[in-house]
Design a protein around this ligand. Sequence first.
Ligand code: FES
Length: 573
Amino acid sequence: MAKKLRSTEWFGRQDKDGFAYRSWMKNQGLPHHLFDGRPVIGICNTWSELTPCNAHLRGIAEKVKRGVYEMGGFPVEFPVTSLGETLMRPTAMLFRNLASMDVEESIRANPLDAVVLLVGCDKTTPSLLMGAASCDLPTLVVSGGPMLNGRFRGERIGSGTHVWKFDAMVKAGELTKEEFMESESCMSRSVGHCMTMGTASTMACMVEALGMGLPGNAAIPAADSRRQVLAHMAGRRIVEMVAEDLKPSDILTKAAFENAIRANGAIGGSTNAVIHLLAIAGRVGVEHSLDDWDSIGRDVPCLVNLMPSGEYLMEDFYYAGGLPVVLKQLAESGLLHKDAITVNGKTQWDNVANVEVYEEDVVFSMDKPFKEQGGLVVLRGNLAPDGAILKPSAASPELLSHTGRAVVFEDIEDYKARVDQPDLDIDASCIMVLKNCGPRGYPGMAEVGNMALPAKLLKQGVTDMIRISDARMSGTAYGTVVLHAAPEAAVGGPLALVQSGDEITLDVEQRSISLNVSDEELAKRREAWKPVHPQHDRGYVQLYQKTVMQANEGADLDFLRGGSGAPIPRDSH
Ligand code: FES
């Protein structure tokens, strides 16, 4: 016998409560037959004009609805908190967990049998996945798709990546302010999210690699009509998923996370994927640790020649075959759990077995990869006992084993005030250290880890230096940047004890990051250490600061780990 639909508890009632549930819905012009027990599909939308990357999602929602109706479902679109990366202060990451609570409670409180998540900009993907995973109703993710390639003076330019490049060129006197301004509109010329392999594109690939999106989800440009077809097909499929009772907990298995880690290596994906996947795994109770990123992802070569590590963009990636051709190569090399189930009810291997690469300059082969090492490196040592990460494919090889003198910035304000001072005692061999930018310190763990180099060094032609912090880095950024040092400085992690002039050794081969200062001296400094930033005393930020976990645990709020499913809430009528 088919399982009773959750929505029937609302719309199937013949009493006064049922009257209320249906009657008010009918003010939208919904005919009575929609309440006849068919699956109610929530379309959880992060559309917002303040999230430009997601501003086209209402159109996408209409296409999902078409598919739902075709299959005899009842689609209902609802908004949730939308996190726009470019505008929100102090950082959209501060609100990822808040948005996930909104998603979780919106789903649980309403008469839904399944959800389609419409996502795009960086934090919108993990926040919706986290919230939906805690409810565990059948869930299918549709990404909004990347913008078309940026183009400036005959060259491809990539979201974010070229902002850093152009900014450095202005500082080095190689680009005028007028040219800098002109490039703005050349970069963002269509609907969609950042079209580099930044965090949004990475997370769209993670959705596909985890099995939570349809094949092709990641790369189809937002402006391409085939993105709308994908949304339509998602609408059709989610109705079937209700009948099959195919839930996130069936799909988001340990194998799925391992597939995602390897896919992230093969695409040269964003370091932010680490923190988001750790948080998502925490919601579904899958054992997944920071060390998995090194042990499982270590030997994965980077196949995809996309900015920031390479030269192409997501539109090119789509024409080359998109993520399916990458997953196929991983599978053929024994680096993918082929039998992992995906939202379309097929295995990863079923989905990719017949695809082929069309542009070998964009998607390389396992025999001749774009870069030998695509995976992220997890570093440990007395500077980051709970771990820190580095993306070798975005780093300078000559800096991967280096000892240098620390130049310390106590927080982001200190950095901004001093970095370009002509008398700053720094040269290219130094190691820049930024403190108090972790989850609690900033708060929100902003993307400031790839701090720009001092202007005087840029003018000398220096293009990279080692930078260490407890912050994150934009997925569109590059450089030899050690991130997510845990525990963070604001909770008294060893990073708090570093002083300018100390010697630091980075040894990527050995996976170590060491502060070459004696234990006695560090103990003395620890005695004298005091937290520098006050705690917020009200509202969400207070809750966040009190309960946020460290980066190596996904920076979720401690009381949000796990899920409680989607029980039917008590009646209030
Ligand atoms: Fe939205 Fe980059 S700013 S994806």
